[in-house]
Design a protein around this ligand. Structure first.
Ligand SMILES: [Zn+2]
Length: 401
């Protein structure tokens, strides 16, 4: 009895703490929502970062509630099994006793009395045990509902964070992706190394289920160039197109809104020029200038071959799971990376830019090696640009979802 009182206090404490956390989000989030609506441009980055921090707390809470809910489910299942076993024993004993009572007249009365008294005690114990298990089960069922509610609440908070981030993104268009002067430094370690191992297209080998190692083809007869553009994702939708954002402002790429950790496929056979996994997968906020190019977070640059033509594709804001390494070749349909929310990004999405290349693979690669120019000489100031290396094209023209 003393213990049960202790547990009651303990549970009360937990629910009080839970309540406090929830109301904290409410106040903090309301304040940030207001700021997202009316802050000045200089404050946008700070607001976005605070939103990202709140999201991390929400996700942490969500994970902890999910874990507790799982544990509760397991315990509930065990209790239900015990309850059913106890119920079965109780029913069996009850039937047995009914039988004794019916036979009472024809049996030795004194022996029978003893047995009924003994088993009557057992029956009473089983009955009590059954009641206790029922009570415990119903407590666990109640907890289950509470956990579901908590998860729904946290999901609603997470949606509000998303909405506030989008408000910021729409109000201050030009800060997404790396559509601004390039700062920072590229990392030569993340860049394709020598030209000596560079294959002619035609020596591409599938790297499906094989990460991080370059596989030069054994069989030179593999089709070199892909016949068509393949998909880059399963379920993405274009949240912002090229060349401008939905509400104005220049945008040099296409944004595919994707759930975190969605597959990014190779749309054609190709080779990796740059792959960087230095940053956290879900640390994006407006004004987070991590990555190369500036604000790109985890980035990937590849050259693909389609109908004998070369194209460069760049991906930004990826998770830190990139399955390919610089110099590695891949085939159409290989999973190159998992999407994320890194760098200057306000939610799960992948920013894609596409360049039609004018020079040979060797020439393009040696140009890229000089400074990992993700714009292939086209710069970041205007749409429809071209250089001796490339012409910027609208990704929507070649990539579908
Ligand atoms: Zn973008």
């Amino acid at each position: 009895m003393r213990f049960s009182r202790f547990f009651v206090c303990f549970f009360l404490l937990i629910s009080l703490t839970g309540f406090q956390e929830t109301s904290n989000y409410q106040n903090e989030l309301e304040a940030l929502e207001r700021q997202a609506m009316d802050c000045k441009e200089q404050q946008a980055a700070q607001v976005s970062q605070s939103l990202q921090e709140i999201r991390k707390e929400i996700l942490k809470d969500m994970e902890s509630v999910l874990n507790k809910a799982d544990l509760n489910d397991i315990e509930l299942k065990e209790l239900k099994e015990k309850k059913s076993v106890t119920h079965h024993s109780y029913e069996r004993l009850k039937k047995q006793m009914a039988l004794y009572l019916m036979q009472e007249q024809s049996m030795y009365p004194y022996c029978l009395e003893g047995r009924i008294l003994n088993e009557g005690k057992d029956l009473q114990t089983l009955y009590m045990h059954q009641k206790q298990l029922e009570e415990k089960c119903s407590q666990k069922e109640k907890r289950k509902v509470q956990f579901q509610l908590e998860i729904q609440n946290l999901q609603a908070y997470d949606k509000r964070v998303d909405k506030a981030q989008n408000t910021l993104k729409e109000r201050f268009q030009r800060t997404d992706g790396y559509d601004q002067p390039v700062h920072g430094q590229h990392d030569p370690q993340k860049t394709i190394q020598g030209l000596q191992d560079l294959p002619v297209f035609g020596s591409i080998h599938s790297t499906k289920n094989d990460s991080h190692f370059s596989c030069l083809a054994q069989d030179a007869s593999i089709t070199s160039t892909s016949p068509y553009w393949g998909k880059v994702s399963d379920q993405g939708y274009i949240s912002a197109g090229t060349w401008s954002y939905p509400h104005g402002g220049m945008h040099l790429g296409m944004d595919l809104a994707l759930a975190l950790y969605s597959n990014i496929y190779a749309p054609a056979n190709g080779i990796v020029l740059y792959a960087d996994t230095s940053y956290n997968s879900n640390d994006g906020y407006l004004g987070n200038m991590e990555g190369w190019p500036y604000g790109g977070g985890n980035t990937l640059c590849v050259i693909v071959s389609i109908q004998e033509k070369l194209y460069a594709l760049t991906f930004a804001h990826l998770s830190n799971t990139i399955y390919v390494a610089p110099g590695q070749q891949f085939s159409q349909g290989d999973v190159l990376a998992l999407s994320g929310n890194s760098g200057n990004s306000t939610g799960g999405h992948t920013h894609i830019e596409v360049f039609e290349l004018h020079a040979s693979l060797e020439q393009e690669v040696s140009y890229f090696q000089q400074g990992a120019d993700f714009s292939f000489g086209c710069g970041w100031d205007a749409p429809h640009t071209q250089s001796i290396w490339a012409t910027r094209i609208r990704p929507e023209e070649v990539i579908t979802g």
